[in-house]
Design a protein around this ligand. Structure first.
Ligand code: FMN
Length: 348
């Protein structure tokens, strides 16, 4: 499958990269349950260190494995050395043939920026240009760049986006907050709209698009080519089909308890395929997300967190189905701001 950002059907709806979250199992789950039109959302895999790829670090290489059902995927890289980044992209293209690459030039986390990666690159336009040119020369698939509004001035993105465009990138995604803001305040969709009007390459809007109605609003307000959704997809991989419904003028279908349980079991299966039996422990974060806002689920959540095997998780989910939950287990989460995920991320 070829990814051409200019020709891809509009609006482009995509899963934003999230460290420890948008792994192969989650992306596969999203792609399996949420066909939007003929192809489904495009998934951006979590960032991996270019340096670790080039050093052939086994753990990092395992993070780039992919299942055919995930396609089309975009693999995100972080780093700051143009040769290392381009070599990592070359290695991964030969190994996995992702449909696209993305370079993280927006991450505000200390561990990333203090090595001049992530958002620190917004202060180094010449280096960013070299990175883009070298990756483009080393690979055959589209290259996107993920940025923030700026380091501390939200208008920095205008000059930086021009640099990215002139260097030859194929798409920009922007989270409408500055690095200094972290996750405080709001993603500035008006600013994103203004940036969109200055660019000739496609732009995806990101930040605070947590529900289907918000996606429709963000698309309208920014006139962007699409939206990129991160926290809103945690525990709600149905958000992409809900957006498709909303865009078609329909009320997004509510997720029944049966459907929730079916998808959790499927996601758990994918997760264990990826991580082996010990994956039951790392799956707990997803279980928390899946039951966030589901009334009456709290006692089950506590027991699910103690479950030490896939069978124990399945039995508890089946018990939940047979006992039933208030309001048929429908989730009120559409109105809930999915806080907390960013707190873990920012404290890394
Ligand atoms: C847990 C977590 C991990 C993240 N990891 C990445 C990452 O690997 N690469 C990246 O570019 N952004 C990462 N982000 C940022 C998101 O992709 C997104 O830009 C940001 O959360 C705003 O979108 P949202 O409001 O839809 O969550 C992460 C965010 C969270 C909450």
């Amino acid at each position: 499958m070829k990814l051409d950002w200019r020709a891809w059907p509009r609006p482009i709806i995509a899963l934003s990269p999230m460290a420890d979250m948008t792994d192969s199992a989650f992306c596969r789950s999203v792609r399996t349950i949420d066909p939007i039109g003929p192809v489904g959302p495009i998934v951006f895999r979590e960032m991996v260190s270019a340096e670790a790829v080039v050093r052939k670090n086994n753990k990092t290489l395992a993070m780039t494995d992919l299942h055919p059902d995930e396609r089309p995927i975009v693999q995100q890289l972080f780093g700051s050395d143009p040769d290392t980044l381009s070599e990592a992209a070359r290695i991964l293209e030969a190994e996995h043939r992702p449909e696209g690459f993305d370079v993280n030039m927006g991450c505000p986390v200390y561990k990333i920026v203090h090595n001049f990666n992530g958002a620190a690159l917004m202060r180094e336009p010449a280096l960013a240009t070299k990175i883009i040119q070298k990756i483009k020369a080393a690979t055959t698939v589209p290259l996107s760049i993920k940025i923030r509004a700026g380091w501390d001035d939200p208008r920095e993105c205008f000059a930086f986006a021009r640099v990215i465009e002139e260097a030859g990138a194929d798409l920009i995604t922007i989270h409408g907050r500055t690095k200094t803001q972290g996750y405080s305040g709001q993603s500035d969709w008006d600013l994103i709209g203004e940036l969109k009007s200055t660019l000739s390459i496609p732009l995806l809007a990101n930040g605070d698009v947590h529900t289907a109605p918000l996606a429709v609003q963000a698309l309208r307000q920014t006139a962007a080519d699409g939206v990129l959704i991160a926290r809103g997809a945690l525990g709600n991989p149905w958000i992409f089909s809900q957006i498709a419904d909303a865009l078609a003028g329909q009320t997004p279908a509510q997720v029944t308890l049966e459907e929730r349980v079916r998808v959790i079991k499927q996601h758990l299966t994918f997760h264990l395929e990826q991580y082996g039996a010990q994956g039951v422990t790392t799956f707990r974060k997803h279980l928390s997300w899946y039951f966030r806002g589901v009334s009456g689920a709290r006692p089950f959540k506590e027991r699910l967190h103690m479950a030490g095997s896939a069978q124990a998780v399945h039995e508890l989910l089946d018990e939940m189905l047979s006992d039933g939950l208030p309001h048929d287990g429908l989730c009120s989460r559409d109105a809930v701001h999915p806080a907390a995920a960013e707190r873990v991320f920012m404290s890394k």
